[in-house]
Write a protein that binds this ligand. Structure first.
Ligand SMILES: CC(C)(COP(=O)(O)OP(=O)(O)OC[C@H]1O[C@@H](n2cnc3c(N)ncnc32)[C@H](O)[C@@H]1OP(=O)(O)O)[C@@H](O)C(=O)NCCC(=O)NCCS
Length: 172
């Protein structure tokens, strides 16, 4: 797919804070077997369990869940779990099946990065990625994340506010 086609497909996305009406969409995406194999907990999650988790998440001031919209269609989610004392946030992204590999992951991460550094009072964003998840590694690398640690099954990538600002200056 050419860069032009990807840019066209990934255009016009918005991130909206998740609300209760998004609960079932998030549940479906969370249980997609293709996505699940890259999660820490790879098990199927029954709806009542997911609903409890989501309700608690909406009350949790350190958790920020966004729904990705392309025009009026929900195409995925991105989540930040903030560790205020460490001034960092852990990021999690899931683009829904049928919308992957169209450049959306990269665009979502760019928007999410801006939101996080502008609003969350953090100095870095951390992504923990299962080995073999090439699309994820590429999307985070594209967004400026750098490898910080490597274990047999997982890698950790990080993006610092300082590096992001440097990147912005360089491209200005
Ligand atoms: C990982 C994920 C967010 C990437 O988003 P995406 O919209 O599919 O990816 P993009 O279209 O933005 O492509 C990003 C890069 O990955 C590459 N890519 C996409 N799908 C790929 C695949 N299946 N295998 C290898 N590379 C792939 C693209 O070519 C692109 O590479 P480039 O920057 O070198 O051109 C998405 O696939 C997803 O949600 N997967 C399931 C859940 C998941 O793994 N979440 C991440 C947990 S850390």
């Amino acid at each position: 797919m050419t860069e032009l086609v990807r840019a066209e497909l990934a255009g016009g996305i918005t991130l909206k804070p998740a609300a209760m009406k998004d609960c079932r969409f998030l549940w479906q995406w969370r249980n997609d077997p293709e996505a699940r194999k890259y999660f820490t907990n790879t098990e199927y999650v029954p709806y009542p369990e997911h609903k409890d988790w989501f309700e608690a998440s909406l009350r949790n001031r350190d958790r920020h869940i966004f729904i990705v919209f392309q025009k009026n269609t929900r195409v995925g989610m991105v989540r930040f779990d903030v560790e205020p004392a460490a001034r960092r946030a852990n990021i999690h992204i899931n683009i829904s099946q049928g919308h992957r590999n169209q450049g959306l992951g990269r665009e979502v991460l760019k928007k999410a990065r801006r939101y996080a550094f502008d609003n969350l009072e953090i100095d870095s964003i951390i992504a923990r990625i299962k080995k073999g998840n090439e699309a994820s590694i590429k999307a985070f690398t594209y967004t400026g994340f750098k490898l910080v640690s490597d274990s047999p099954d997982w890698i950790t990538m990080s993006l610092s506010l300082r590096d992001t600002l440097k990147g912005t200056e360089a491209s200005a």
